[in-house]
Design a protein around this ligand. Structure first.
Ligand code: TEU
Length: 536
């Protein structure tokens, strides 16, 4: 499957790519210590090549105390020893490239770890020092400075300010172990451009930008007043200059960006994708959309309309390491969309229904114009796991006082071999998060041998998508369809149809059925929650 996509050798590869997200801690454990690692990924490269992905996006693999699963980076130039070494990362990047697979790394510009050399120096240097200017240190409010400097709510619930021994407070939109950087500081800007170069020099083809819309802060750090002027820290105009500057660095290497931009406002979202800024950004409006024909159609139309004026290709995402896994979400009776504020313990789900819909959603998203992100285990149809409370590690759980289960349920180590300890994830030690009972039924080895498995569906879909130039970036056109059915045409006579309605639907006119997410009924009708790819 070398060079799986028609574009994979060209400079526009990213406009149509299928990008597989690796959460290294949970992907494969090469040394058997219970934590996934780079040796594990290297061993699975043939699997990824056979799956047919064009690139791998690695969530942070750098030195980190893991206060937030690696999004608390202590040193960008060192691979965390739990994962391996820099030399190994270089080998991995090169070996993947030989199989036609590019590498994307994750950069977290909003904050660093409290163990980062800069933050340690800032603490040691004290109030008023230049070392503190790289962060947001302030005196507190109240008579004795005992109150935080402002009222900003944390992205992770809880407080956004922590007081240090000498009485000053520092800002952290996430956990106290993730102090926010001051992007008005030239050294902060310079350092990140050096880090970009560091990874581009090592053969990396792209960068995912974490929390990309949060980096710029109102220098006054005022309280947030609804409806009054620009938000003090979300989507501020100044941050575009940061990314324009990053873009100049990326262009020297032909590398690309994907921004993590949670921005329901289409016009504001598209500003990140203007020429000279980011190449792409995650399409969370599609991901958070419930399994509903009209709402999905509206999300698709909205997505294409917002991307068109800036000439950027859309991305299609069904899940990632922050959200409830697709089959679990779509298996719910109602409220199948994803919202952070509705993440709760014990929401019932019907996995059979969820799996059927996830299979249909896979064919839907892979047929749409643009690139697609696949989160590890999605190709195995893994459900969200119930992680016992005493094993949960995600700070979101702790900061919500145990109300929000957090994100560990989608981060459980993958099952590779049904008949092996820990489902073949690792050999010796128990995995860092427990695999639930029945996990081995999802193992890649048995799915590879099962023509009706999720893995077989993904392999077939990716193979077809790579061999049909009509898929990926390019035009699409809605076709007339029965109520409850979405049908659209792509170039070269390709058609995708999805039936959301209870009654089976007649297939659009076609000369061949290329692939279906489930069996058609006896009279050739498309059953509920089933998608099909056709040739006209
Ligand atoms: O996520 C950003 C983030 O937290 C959003 O998902 C946020 O919750 C949302 O805007 C709520 O409205 C990234 C990473 O993907 C995540 O894993 C990290 O924990 C986080 O940044 C901090 O680095």
């Amino acid at each position: 499957m070398e060079g799986s996509s028609r574009e994979s050798a060209g400079s526009n590869w990213w406009r149509s790519a299928v990008i597989y997200q690796v959460y290294p801690r949970s992907f494969a454990d090469g040394d058997g210590d219970g934590t996934g690692d780079l040796a594990g990924v290297r061993a699975k490269l043939p699997y990824l090549a056979e799956l047919g992905v064009d690139a791998l996006w690695f969530t942070p693999w750098y030195l980190s105390p893991l206060a937030d699963g690696g999004y608390d980076v202590a040193d960008y130039r060192t691979i965390d020893p739990a994962f391996g070494t820099l030399a190994e990362a270089e080998k991995l990047i090169a070996e993947a490239r030989e199989l036609g697979i590019r590498t994307i790394v994750d950069i977290v510009p909003n904050h660093v770890s409290d163990q980062h050399a800069w933050f340690r120096a800032a603490l040691a240097a004290g109030p008023g020092s230049p070392e503190r200017e790289r962060f947001h240190f302030r005196p507190g409010r109240g008579e004795n400075g005992e109150l935080p400097p402002n009222d900003w709510p944390s992205e992770f619930s809880g407080e956004t300010w922590t007081r240090v021994e000498d009485g000053e407070w520092y800002l952290h939109l996430f956990t106290p172990q993730q102090p926010d950087l001051n992007w008005d500081h030239p050294e902060v800007r310079q350092e990140h451009e050096d880090v970009l170069r560091f990874w581009f020099e090592r053969g990396v083809s792209g960068v995912r930008i974490d929390s990309a819309a949060l980096v710029a802060k109102d220098p006054e750090l005022p309280d947030f007043v609804e409806g009054e002027g620009p938000h003090p820290y979300i989507d501020r105009d100044e941050l575009h200059e940061v990314y324009r500057s990053w873009r100049r660095v990326a262009d020297e290497y032909g590398a690309v960006f994907v921004g993590e931009v949670w921005m329901p406002d289409a016009e504001r979202f598209a500003r990140y994708l203007r020429p000279g800024e980011l190449h792409t950004a995650f399409n969370f409006n599609f991901m958070t959309c419930p399994w509903d024909r009209d709402r999905l159609r509206a999300a698709i139309d909205g997505t294409l309309a917002e991307h068109a004026p800036v000439g950027a290709p859309a991305t299609w995402v069904l899940c990632n390491h922050d959200v409830t896994r697709t089959v679990t979400r779509y298996g719910r009776a109602e409220d199948t969309g994803f919202a952070f504020d509705r993440k709760r313990f014990g929401v019932p789900t019907d996995l059979e229904r969820g799996t059927r819909r996830a299979r249909a959603a896979a064919l839907l998203s892979l047929a749409l114009p643009g690139s697609v992100y696949l989160y590890q285990g999605e190709e195995l149809g893994l459900p969200e796991a119930d992680v016992p409370r005493e094993k949960i590690q995600d700070p979101m759980y702790f900061r919500s006082q145990g109300v929000d289960p957090g994100r560990d349920g989608c981060r459980v180590p993958l099952p590779w071999v049904a008949d092996a300890p820990y489902s073949g994830f690792g050999s010796r030690e128990e995995p860092w998060l427990p695999q639930p009972e029945g996990w081995s039924a999802y193992a890649a080895d048995i799915q590879a041998a099962d023509p009706s498995s999720m893995l077989t569906l993904y392999r077939a879909a990716l193979r077809l998508r790579a061999s049909e130039p009509g898929f990926g970036d390019g035009p699409m056109e809605w076709l007339p369809a029965a109520p409850g059915v979405l049908a659209f045409a792509r170039p070269d006579g390709l058609v995708c149809a999805v039936n959301f309605a209870r009654q089976p639907a007649q297939l659009p006119a076609h000369s061949a059925v290329l692939l279906a997410s489930g069996s058609l009924d006896e009279s050739g009708g498309l059953p509920q929650d089933t998608a099909v790819w056709l040739r006209q």
